[in-house]
Design a binder for this molecule. Structure first.
Ligand code: AMP
Length: 505
């Protein structure tokens, strides 16, 4: 099986002197990056680590992150990118679960990794120690051949609930993902300037693979958090052509900062977004402002970034398309199944299940979870959706978030969409609360627009005219902001747990 790191070797052959990475005032050519990656792989293999061993990375985005990722691949080892926002005990869970032997970290997280050494995990700090480690390796190290189905990346679930699980992504998975990305999402070229603003530990890192395979210049955003005005100015200054990935909340932030910044973003030819639902009015504003340069992706760690895609540059940007998650990638089989894994008729709502080369081989050391998630040959995504007659998939919700009131399913997203059409509503999360009569009742947690003091009754009446009466919220609670996880996803279940009353009052 070709090692995914061989895509960098190929890019170096064609583009040795071309800039591969830029970060603040640092710049690495493809030759620099490939040399560093080989040195890192060589240094790993000269230690007591062996192919198949796990190497964790706990750092904010930086060039060493990329060197570590590719170096670990090239050595035939397994990279374990850990969300840099995790707390010490959460990091410890991932280290233990993955059995990592080495932890590469940045200076900012030095205090948090102190426990790793006690647990027998060696640490390597980015900076002088990392540079010494590289200097000890050889730039002639060949990229290791890997066995069929060798694991390349342990992808830890983003942890909105429960103990994290490590999805085993193989070289085959990453290769399939990369070619589908290049074919359907972004046809990266050497003259592209690709901006990466999301954590490399998640989709951001996965999306680097295609851009590097094609020899593009990758601009790694060096801000400590996403500052929308800064990002807009960066696009203008650097003539960015592709934004590798944006969470919907980031797009909303860019739109809000835009009036003040007034940046020229006409260099953009592609921008990828997804990973969470985007509401129709924001999607519409996004296209009105930046043009139909967007491609939405729907995926999950278990089928990395690759289930369906929606290319807005193709065809009309009508509401039906904007609210859908697009069509399956070729070679990725996507079906809507009933609870017994039988296919449902077109238009019916059920669990979205996936089969193909992008689907993980399982969760490390967790046969029970693997068996449940991969049963009957299908990846069960836990997402609920339906196909329309054009073959487009519309996502409704996570199956665990569906509200069942009076025996009828209510998808929170439909209620949220109705509320978001009200001018006084900025953000909303809808969830079910226990109800003595109905089983569950609908509650909305709303963040109002600045200065809007729209009352709960008005919002409930508003819904009455837009969605079926049984779906309208029984209770509306106002919050100043909604909690999000480290990747910007709204934590619906955290809101629910915080606000839920034990029985209907
Ligand atoms: P993660 O594994 O952390 O990337 O989370 C994956 C989950 O995010 C999916 O199972 C979906 O519930 C959600 N998700 C991903 N992409 C989209 C999208 N384009 N629209 C709506 N939800 C999405």
């Amino acid at each position: 099986m070709p090692n995914i790191a061989s895509t960098l070797t190929g890019a170096r052959r064609l583009h040795a002197g071309h800039t591969a990475l830029r970060y603040a005032d640092r710049s690495l050519t493809y030759a620099d990056l490939d040399d560093a990656v080989r040195r890192f792989a060589s240094a790993l293999l000269s230690s007591d680590l062996r192919p198949g061993d796990r190497v964790a990375v706990f750092a904010k985005n930086c060039p060493e992150y990329v060197i570590t990722m590719y170096g670990v691949f090239a050595a035939g080892m397994v990279v374990v990118p850990v969300n840099a926002k995790l707390a010490g005990p959460e990091l410890a869970v991932v280290l233990e679960d993955s059995g990592a032997r080495l932890l590469v970290h940045d200076t900012a997280s030095a205090a948090l990794v102190a426990g790793a050494a006690d647990a027998g995990v060696r640490t390597l700090e980015i900076g002088a120690a990392f540079d010494r480690f590289l200097a000890g390796g050889s730039a002639d190290q060949p990229v290791a051949d890997v066995p069929d189905d060798a694991v390349a990346w342990l992808f830890y679930t983003s942890g909105t609930t429960g103990r994290p699980k490590g999805a085993m992504l193989t070289h085959r998975n990453l290769t399939a993902m990369t070619w589908l990305e290049l074919a359907d999402v972004c046809d990266y070229r050497a003259d592209d300037v690709a901006l990466h603003v999301t954590p490399l530990s998640h989709g951001g890192g996965l999306y680097l693979l295609g851009a590097i395979a094609r020899g593009s210049t990758n601009l790694i955003y060096s801000g400590s958090s996403f500052v929308p005005g800064e990002v807009l100015r960066l696009i203008e200054r650097e003539r960015v052509t592709v934004i590798a990935f944006l969470a919907p909340t980031m797009i909303v932030m860019l739109l809000e900062a835009d009036a003040e910044t007034g940046a020229d973003t006409s260099s953009l030819r592609r921008a990828v977004y997804g990973g969470a639902p985007m509401h129709l009015d924001s999607a519409r504003r996004m296209v009105d402002r930046f043009g139909a340069v967007f491609v939405q992706i729907y995926g999950q760690g278990e089928s990395p970034m690759t289930i369906t895609y929606l290319d807005l540059s193709e065809g009309p940007v009508d509401d039906d398309r904007l609210i859908s998650a697009g069509v399956p990638h070729p070679g990725v089989q996507v079906a809507v199944l009933d609870p017994d894994d039988r296919p449902l008729p077109l238009g019916a709502t059920g669990e979205i299940c996936v089969r193909g080369d992008t689907v993980m081989s399982g969760y490390l050391g967790n046969p029970a979870a693997t068996e449940t998630t991969l049963r009957n040959g299908w990846l069960h995504t836990g997402d609920v959706g339906r196909f329309d007659e054009h073959g487009r998939l519309t996502l409704l919700d996570r199956s665990k978030d569906v509200i069942i009131s009076g025996g009828t399913n209510i998808y929170p997203r439909e209620v949220e969409d109705a509320l978001l059409l009200h001018a006084g509503v900025r953000e909303v999360v809808v969830f079910g609360e226990p109800d003595d009569v109905w089983g569950e009742s609908v509650t909305a947690a709303v963040v109002r627009e600045d200065g809007a003091d729209v009352p709960a009754d008005e919002l409930i009446d508003w819904c009455r005219t837009r969605i079926a009466g049984f779906k309208k919220p029984k209770r509306v609670v106002f919050l100043d902001e909604l909690p999000t996880n480290a990747y910007g996803k709204v934590l619906r279940r955290e809101v629910r747990d915080r606000l839920t009353r034990t029985s209907s009052a």
